[in-house]
Design a protein around this ligand. Sequence first.
Ligand code: FES
Length: 553
Amino acid sequence: MPATLTINGQSIEARDGWSLFDHAEALGIDVPTSCRKQGKCRECMVEVVEGLSALSPHTDPERHLKGNFRLSCQTRVLAGSGHVRCHTMRRGQMRIERHAVGFSDRALPLDPAVTRDGHRILIDGVEVERSTAPILGLAMDLGTTTVVLRLFDLETGDLLADTSFENPQRFGGAEVMARIAYDTDHPGRLLLRTLAGYLSHAIEKFPVDPKSIYELVVVGNSTMRDLFFRQSVHSIGQSPYRSITEIEMEAGKRATTSLTQTGLRSLLPIHPRARVYGAPIISGHVGADAAAAMLAVDLAHETRRVAIMDIGTNTELIVGNRDRILAASCPAGPAFEGGAIACGMPALEGAIESVAIDDKGCFHLGIIGDQKPEGICGSGLIASLSELLRTGRMNDLGRFDRDRLDHDDSRITLFRGDAGSGDVFLLERDVNELAQAKGANVAGLHVVFSRYGIDFSDIDVFYLAGGFGRHIDVEAAKRIGLVPNLPTEKFIQAGNLAIEGATMALLSKTKRQELEDVVRRVEHCRLETDPHFFDFFVEGCQFKPMEGIPCAR
Ligand code: FES
């Protein structure tokens, strides 16, 4: 029997001598490339999720790749039977939030740093170009897992386009510590160069002249931001986990942790004299994305008690108001973003995003886009766990009921595929990964609230930020204990606050200054030094509602 190959959920019979790239082209799948299969651009990566051993050996251009990542132009399916399943680094329209919910209709000042004086185009009053073409700017949320870009006309404030894609740096590891190790061990800034290739393609697809882009505002966690600005990230990976910018600021060598560089140095096709501004980080792993979220909700002027939780590979937690602000970063790992989960995937088309089990035991799935399920994203994982718990298929320790498992193995199948697509299932091992990710988040919440000296019930507004927070079922999240067991009306599923804050900093110098000011007022909770962290973590690994703070102090 000939080998079969499934790429991005589409299947084809493997042909002798054809690379994975060739097969993808035959299926009509767009593989990122700048070198047309020459093994030079390193952009044609695929992640192999099944059948790794049925592939040809690594070639020289692939020596920077580890684990199950391969260059599709270099890899062939070996003759014989078998099944290989892989996917490209996904580009195109992921499910992104064009606006943070409830924030887009506010009247915001439009006073960008880039201005026009006749034909003269100025950045902070300094001429950088003479042109009558539009003045454009980009806001970017550079996440560990996903990248979101928004393009604006800086003279009108109009949103012209947006796009998003999976961060291709995943070949260096799914979470920031792995990326730091990769960047330290591999010369040549491979992570930056690969990302810059993907970003350049995305920018060139916008219906504008990229050279009309005069400013780019970047937010992201400390590691992602510093990698983009060619900073050494080694110190972020070592206790006490500090960015070079934080160390230099403490030594009096710089006045802010924000960074700037030119468009030319960024390796992007924007105007070479454009300014690329990396928003300030808060401290340690609490990065510029958390800072941007604070700007988005106007925490500097907030009188109510507010919590912001952006659940991700590193979950950011912020608690406070205009009087006092605490922040922490929880090393949750990639499980809630679909990483380290057998059938996990980002919230792209084809991802299972909701699950309900009826009285007859039938699974009802909500899929992003109108297509067959390819995998399961974070909100689908939360819904699955909640439903398995509610129907007794799983206990609060995350153990499956052995009598209700699929007969052939120890998995619970959500979707049974056919010849054209694979099964989508959950393993007990996946649940264990999710339990540990949840444990880290719960421990972070307990530590921050304890240090603030308040209980969960003292919070007036609980923002769930990020694409993940926007789409989770809050009742499901409460049932499994991912978020505190508060009245549902206190939760606001706010969407991408980081890109909203980046947008504000792009469109307004006033807001950018507010951002610089508010980060200086934040007290950073270093979770790793809290003596109760491990106890909270163990408790948090259980799937049960999260009640009050046991030892507020
Ligand atoms: S297409 Fe450029 S490395 Fe494969």
